[in-house]
Write a protein that binds this ligand. Structure first.
Ligand SMILES: Nc1ncnc2c1ncn2[C@@H]1O[C@H](COP(=O)(O)OP(=O)(O)O)[C@@H](O)[C@H]1O
Ligand SMILES: [Mg+2]
Length: 475
């Protein structure tokens, strides 16, 4: 691959006869001018074809006025072309969304590709160590297509032969700074090809208000917030267990409350029961009326309530055995969601050893056997270390909100999550900017996704309690 140039060998030669000058005369081959011309013409032609192929719309937009002027003179060209910008403007004003999607984002992609990525590609690659400068030549990863979405630039890249995804994952900061983006994420698309994501704006930078209550009762994935790409964030609770980890003030409450809010219509329809354990007496006590007598705060009451849940689970298991392997919520056998805030207060930090043992055993039983019979656990936790939460791996789904240390990210989301861009330790501690923001891994992909939960305010909770507790009495 690396062609030897004249002079490379001369460096390594040693003469054994002193005082004798070694003279090299590089072999000069004179290339006929016609061949040089053909090569240059070929390069220009392929360059043009590539330009048209990659940016058909931009090329059309820039070349048409010139072509028309040449053919018919500028007056006719102006007359012919005037409707185009007028039409585009009208389109932009009447249907902003489709205009942005079909024209705006493509123009932006063309502009950003040439002005930012192509211009800085070589220096960024060399300085970050992803490209090589060898024997006077640059060997750079190939910059591919750029697609702009509403919030990010998606850049495809062909790696150099011999590079690994980890080489890139280790240099996300270099890439982000190099191209002037706040952050960068890397995902593999196929062998040797990567997709880099450079966010342009942060759609999650402003808090989200509580979402409207679902119209129809549902236990299916509950909408609890927004994903970074603007799509709704759906959290699956039926048929799994969810562990939410986050430092104090990270917004664990907003995930718990958004989930409860999304399930309330189903609670009213009798398809879901929410059992609340609130050892810190800070979070769930606010909506106590929603839980009826399925609410516990003291460690003793919590242990009793968990034992009851285990009973329900075992009864169902005995009844379902041999009849059905998965649970469908009905009024007789509703989906039971056990919500535990600050679960470490009941396990690791609980001084009464007997209680601690009972609670840990009950939680372990629920998380290992509850899924198929319609008993789920949603637990919130500050410190994800194993000493604090030894059953954390029994929760199939985990959410990492703001964490204090970088090592904690992989403890929550699994190995390599932080390398792939789950920077949960970099989330802002300012509540408006960072509370409720976190990373999740969906079943379908190993790449973590940034999300933000909607904030259910105290007023919202009071309203929910007033509406639904009343409904309960009436029923
Ligand atoms: N999703 C959110 N969006 C905006 N602000 C939030 C959100 N969740 C929480 N907050 C703010 O952050 C503060 C702490 O949230 P909280 O849920 O009590 O944290 P934690 O339970 O993790 O300690 C709240 O008082 C609220 O002002
Ligand atoms: Mg809390």
């Amino acid at each position: 691959m690396f062609k030897r140039l004249p002079g490379d060998e001369a460096r390594n030669l040693v003469t054994t006869t002193p005082d004798t000058a070694v003279v090299f005369r590089p072999a000069v081959i004179r290339t006929p001018a016609i061949i040089t011309l053909i090569i240059f013409t070929w390069r220009i032609l392929t360059g043009c074809v590539r330009l048209v192929w990659r940016h058909p719309i931009a090329t059309l937009l820039t070349s048409t006025p010139g072509a028309l002027t040449l053919a018919y003179g500028w007056q006719t060209a102006l007359l012919l072309l005037a409707p185009v910008p007028t039409g585009l403007l009208a389109w932009a004003f009447t249907d902003r969304l489709s205009f942005t999607r079909l024209i705006g984002l493509r123009l932006l992609a063309w502009w950003r590709l040439t002005w930012i990525y192509q211009r800085h590609w070589q220096p960024v690659m060399i300085v970050s160590g992803l490209g090589r400068h060898l024997w006077g030549r640059d060997y750079l990863p190939r910059l591919g297509k750029l697609t702009c979405t509403a919030w990010a630039d998606l850049v495809t890249v062909r790696m150099l032969k011999g590079q690994s995804v980890k080489d890139w994952a280790d240099r996300l900061d270099h890439l982000a700074q190099g191209f002037g983006a706040p952050s960068c994420r890397v995902a593999i698309t196929r062998g040797g090809h990567l997709q880099l994501t450079f966010p342009r704006t942060d759609p999650l930078a402003v808090p989200l208000a509580a979402l409207p209550l679902p119209e129809a009762p549902t236990v299916g994935p509950v909408e609890i917030g927004k994903q970074e790409d603007g799509r709704p964030w759906l959290l699956k609770v039926h048929g799994t267990h969810v562990l939410v980890a986050g430092a104090t003030g990270a917004g664990k409450g907003s995930i718990i409350w958004s989930t409860i809010r999304g399930l309330l219509p189903a609670v009213q329809a009798g398809l879901v029961e929410i059992w609340a354990l609130d050892p810190k007496l800070m979070e769930l006590s606010f909506g106590r009326a929603l839980f009826g007598d399925r609410y516990a705060a003291t460690p003793e009451d919590c242990a009793d309530l968990l034992d009851q849940a285990v009973n329900v689970m075992q009864n169902r298991a005995a009844r379902f055995a041999g009849l059905q392997r998965s649970h469908t919520p009905t009024e007789q056998d509703p989906f039971v969601l056990v919500v535990v805030d600050e679960v470490a207060f009941l396990t690791a930090y609980q001084s009464d050893r007997e209680l601690r043992r009972r609670i840990s055993a009950a939680l372990a039983t629920l998380t290992t056997q509850g899924r198929a019979v319609g008993v789920g656990v949603l637990a919130a936790l500050q410190d994800p270390r194993k000493e604090v939460m030894n059953i954390r791996n029994l929760f199939p789904d985990k959410i990492a909100l703001r964490l204090d240390e970088s090592e904690q990210v992989d403890m929550v989301l699994g190995d390599g999550a932080r390398d792939r861009g789950a920077l949960a330790d970099h989330i802002s501690p300012v509540p408006e900017l960072g509370a409720g923001v976190g990373y999740v891994r969906l079943e379908t992909s190993p790449d973590p996704i940034r999300v933000r939960a909607a904030y259910v305010s105290d007023t919202d909770i009071r309203d929910m309690a007033a509406t639904f507790a009343a409904g309960k009495d009436a029923a």
